[in-house]
Design a protein. Sequence first.
Length: 227
Amino acid sequence: MSEELDLTKLPTEEIVLQIKDDLYDGLAAEVVAAVKELLRRGLTPYEVLTGSLVAGMDVVGADFRDGILFVPEVLMAAKSMKAGMEILRPLLVETGAPQIGTLVIGTVKGDIHDIGKNLVAMMMEGAGFKVVNLGINVDAEKFIGAVKEHKPTLFGMSALLTTTMPYMGVVIKALKEAGLRDDLIVLVGGAPLNAAFAEEIEADAYCRDAAIAVETAKKLVALKRGV
Ligand code: B1M
């Protein structure tokens, strides 16, 4: 986006397109400015998140897959996405909802993708869960330590690579061996997963996106508490 561009003069649809372009080009400051402008116009944080940032990242993902973009460009795009998410974070979280349980979540060992996992963490906070975000490249030992320390109701894992998703099964097995599995609702997510995989590794549910993660978490917590 050129510096002279006055966002206040653009129609909303064009700002949305502009965010997608700026995300693609890794222009974090421009993404932040446009996110702020959309919020000023009354779009909800969730609308900005899904309609502009996540939609923009989908384009980046497709071009990465097709060999049009490479790791450095994707990293810049990811940084811009995170910068935009940071504006939305407090707004998504500030619901004043009472805490309805704790979620321990992390991206599994060998995997450094964290945008989707952080989105889930944010939305869960917004829905009233306390979230303990363990970050990326988390091994079974660290997951187990966090479960012992925080005694969560919910346990979430994210994996974006076909090579790292099997490690989720390793973690669940380790939780079982530590006698911790039965007290947890285990949710898994990430682009290469599906419900059959979640069932195979004995997770409680596969969550396709952050909104479904929140919905599923609420449903399973209510079921567990018998309400
Ligand atoms: Co990576 N990468 N990447 N990458 N990268 C993918 C995943 C890939 C599909 C790209 C492609 O080829 N099209 C491909 C994987 C192929 C495969 O395994 N079959 C891939 C590859 C190959 C790699 C490297 C190996 C590349 C290389 O080095 N040659 C390398 C691996 C590094 C590693 O992890 N060890 C690598 C590196 C990177 C970057 C560092 C450059 C960067 C990550 C930056 C970061 O995260 N901080 C990156 C990115 C950005 C991507 C893509 C383009 C975008 C991922 C993303 O952020 N999506 C991705 C392509 C794609 O997925 N289309 C790709 C947006 C995000 C909002 O969606 O993460 O799916 P997502 O999360 C969703 C849901 O999945 C769900 O909810 C989220 C929100 O709605 N969800 C959960 C996710 N986790 C959940 C947990 C839950 C519940 C729901 O728990 C309860």
